[in-house]
Design a protein around this ligand. Structure first.
Ligand SMILES: NC(=O)c1ccc[n+]([C@@H]2O[C@H](COP(=O)([O-])OP(=O)(O)OC[C@H]3O[C@@H](n4cnc5c(N)ncnc54)[C@H](O)[C@@H]3O)[C@@H](O)[C@H]2O)c1
Length: 342
């Protein structure tokens, strides 16, 4: 039995809790939140995918306002961090130092130095650290990666990724709209596509980015970004991300990838989410698991912990690179010039 201490019970914490309830041999032993009363009252935060849903059954689960009670509990195997991004590094380092395995929501942290502190603590502890880059585990994205890697439809000519959200007003105290706490839409939302691009196309050598800043996020926070990525692939690779859209706008998570022999189209809002349009005038809808990337990533992580394996499908070193690429984009936006990897 793997025992989990869940830190943060907002949108993502509640989603993780529900997934753990359905995983065999996993038990959430305790939940920490700065506002434990809110957790006990059952106020589940909304989010961009799903509305938070029903309050899960928390009977038998300790709810505490002191994170240390879970971090220092030697009966707990895994600390799962679903807290605002600006505390990820500090809390992950404490948990690793205390001998716990750590699953931490994306983005890994707000800058590469914080990521390095987390990696150093992981190395010293010998425990697992994995960041919740769920898109590489999302069944349609995983299947598409496989098609691209095995060149089922030839080389990729162009790839366009889109992630658009209503303004995340649901976050606790609106922390997502404070640039120094969340990194804005660049680090919080758009980084999902950065991680997938790195995962599929390999190292990004440069970016050209254009943005709208400070429409809904404070300071110079990025609300909307369009980036072209230079990689080893000759494909034109572009991603669009933004969260300045209005409440009734449906969350959009999609891609359009054109290969030599087929166009691969994904739209999370459609009934048949993944389509393959081939040169023979046919459209096929490949079958895939109905699970979400959140289900798949947590199942994978728990399995790695149980079997004493490292998290090779999503190493935290690659999650750090995603943060670095996001910061390259921020620099390209600031300077108005293309930025290459140092
Ligand atoms: N993988 C995904 O698809 C996905 C989706 C949404 C959020 N996230 C990530 O999950 C993390 C949490 O986001 P969320 O949407 O659940 O936010 P949220 O605001 O809904 O929840 C955060 C929780 O942490 C608690 N909290 C707030 N400030 C705190 C502080 N200073 N110290 C400790 N606890 C505090 C709040 O009470 C709240 O319950 C973020 O890193 C976010 O980027 C990932």
């Amino acid at each position: 039995m793997i025992k989990v201490g869940l830190l943060g019970f907002g949108f993502m914490g509640a989603a993780h809790y529900k997934i753990y309830q359905n995983l065999p041999d996993v038990q959430v032993s305790g939940i920490f939140d700065v506002d434990p009363e809110k957790v006990r009252r059952g106020n589940i935060a909304g989010g961009n995918i799903g509305d938070g849903g029903e309050q899960p059954d928390l009977s038998g689960v300790k709810v505490t306002g002191k994170a240390e009670e879970l971090i220092n509990d030697s009966d707990i195997d895994v600390i799962d961090i679903c807290l605002p991004t600006f505390v990820h590094a500090e809390v992950a380092v404490k948990a690793l130092n205390a001998g716990r395995h750590v699953f931490c929501e994306k983005p890994m942290a707000l800058d590469p130095g914080e990521c390095d502190r987390m990696l150093g603590a992981r190395d010293r502890s010998g425990k697992n650290l994995m960041i919740g880059h769920c898109v590489r585990f999302w069944p349609e994205y995983a299947l598409t990666r496989q098609m691209i890697r095995e060149k089922r439809y030839g080389e990729v000519n162009s790839a366009f990724f889109r992630r658009l959200s209503p303004t995340p007003s649901w976050s606790y105290g609106s922390w997502l709209l404070q640039e120094e706490k969340s990194g804005g839409a660049l680090l919080d939302l758009h980084i999902h596509d950065i991680d997938y691009i790195l995962n599929v196309f390999g190292q990004v050598s440069g970016v050209s980015s254009f943005a709208r800043q400070n429409a809904v996020t404070d300071r110079s926070g990025v609300d909307y970004v369009l980036t072209r990525y230079a990689t080893e692939s000759p494909a034109l690779i572009v991603a669009e991300g933004g969260w300045h859209f209005h409440d009734s706008f449906p969350f959009n998570m999609s891609f359009l990838i054109s290969c030599e022999k087929a166009t691969l189209e994904f739209d999370a809002g459609r009934e048949k989410t993944l389509a393959v349009h081939t040169g023979e005038g046919r459209t096929e809808y490949p079958s895939h698991s109905p699970a979400t990337g959140w289900d798949e990533e947590l199942k994978y992580f728990v399995n790695c912990v149980m079997e004493g394996k490292s998290v090779d499908l999503s190493p935290p070193e690659e999650s750090k690179t995603a943060v670095e690429v996001a910061l390259m984009e921020r620099e390209a936006i600031r300077t108005g010039k293309a930025v290459t990897f140092a």
